[in-house]
Design a protein around this ligand. Structure first.
Ligand code: URA
Length: 375
């Protein structure tokens, strides 16, 4: 078993290791903090805060864990030293008084907690812990986090809306639906001031319907799905298929960016949030009536097919399913590709896209067939 931090790509690994080393020094060494030790600061009121650099490093941990979870990883292994340092870092973040602490526990939906401790003898002298990353581990994990970021919506989500499409052609129906979603009081109550509810975009006659998870920071500003870094990659993938964004339809399970206590990072939507938004997505699928739906990442798969704690993205991707009688293909989320920028992962997604092209009757040329093959 490999310690989680050792699994990280080189640059996040360097930053996370540096951060964890600093955090480790904090335990019982407050002088280092008072002396302005790198990564932490003491605010004017004597509280221990967390500087932006440190927040970024913890965010790197959060993002990497999220990407691994999206890829179907349910547990990561943490050496005792790493875990202790991570706890110290989260603890320091939790005691910040003037700057909001990063939602460090988010990857495990609550924070690091041992689900099962191995002894030195069963791991060759290195004691390791299993850090649960799935729904099941979340509650346990939250208990261990000193001051967990509030993970869910602050106001209860009402039951899902009933959406009855009016008569009309696809353009009229989609315009009606768009207006209804953009005016939805529940959705609007969940976006921060100045931010937007996000509805799907694309062609009403599109053969391919890409479904993502939820708007992120860029999307809630623009009011358009997939316009941030992951969206730009999705646009490139669509381009590699010989299409443009207007030729396909792009939507999300969620119409709003799940609330976070901090301005950085994203969290997966809760089951209630997804259930509330699903009728809006279903109506978009009904209007567009695509030949194929591509579910981008685990949240989209869970939202469309229903949650299954045993489902692993690595196992379901590239295999056909159905939503409302329409063939659905799960593939990795573009943000996973951004964090796992290897020929292998790109090829996996590309093979999925070639399946999609074939399924909708698009030709795949020889050049396209060779994309992302090892030379
Ligand atoms: N990720 C998603 O799942 N959807 C977006 O719109 C942007 C990023």
């Amino acid at each position: 078993m490999v310690d989680f931090v050792r699994h990280l790509p080189p640059e996040p690994k360097r930053r996370v290791r540096a951060a964890l080393k600093d955090a480790g020094k904090l335990r019982g060494e407050s002088d280092a903090v008072r002396g302005g030790h790198s990564g932490f600061w003491v605010d004017g009121r004597g509280g221990l805060g967390i500087v932006d650099g440190m927040r970024e490093e913890l965010q790197a941990v959060v993002e990497e864990l999220k990407a691994m979870r999206d890829a179907g990883v349910s547990h990561v292994y943490l050496a005792d030293g790493t875990l202790g340092n991570l706890r110290a870092a989260v603890s320091a973040a939790g005691s910040a008084t003037t700057k909001p602490a990063v939602a460090a526990p988010a990857p495990a939906r609550g924070g690091p907690a041992p689900a099962r401790r191995k002894t030195a003898s069963d791991s060759g002298g290195v004691r390791e812990m299993v850090l649960p990353m799935g729904e099941g581990g979340a509650r346990e994990s939250r208990k261990a986090a000193p001051k967990p970021a509030k993970p869910g919506p602050s106001v209860p989500i009402p039951p899902p809306p009933v959406v009855e499409l009016p008569d009309g052609d696809a353009t009229e129906q989609l315009a009606w639906l768009r207006k209804r979603v953009l005016q939805c009081p529940v959705c609007n109550a969940r976006v921060k001031p100045g931010k937007k509810v996000v509805f799907g975009v694309g062609g009403t006659q599109a053969d391919i319907f890409f479904c993502g998870e939820a708007p992120g920071a860029e999307e809630e500003v623009e009011g358009e799905p997939f316009v941030g870094p992951a969206g730009q990659l999705l646009t490139k993938i669509i381009g590699a298929m010989g299409l443009s964004r207007g030729d396909v339809y792009i939507g999300n399970i969620m119409n709003w960016r799940p609330e976070m206590p901090t301005s950085v990072g994203n969290r997966p939507p809760t089951a209630e949030e997804m259930a509330f938004c699903l009728p809006y997505l279903r109506a978009q699928v009904e209007v567009v009536a695509p030949k194929v739906i591509v579910a981008l990442g685990k949240t989209a798969v869970d939202g469309l097919l229903g949650p299954d704690p045993r489902r692993k993205m690595g196992q379901v991707r590239g295999k056909w399913h159905e939503f409302l009688g329409i063939p659905l293909l799960p593939t990795f989320h573009p943000s996973y590709l951004l964090r796992n920028d290897t020929l292998r992962t790109k090829r996996m997604v590309w093979e999925d896209m070639m399946q999609v092209m074939e399924r909708v009757g698009m030709p795949v040329n020889e050049r396209q067939r060779r994309y992302f093959l090892p030379r």
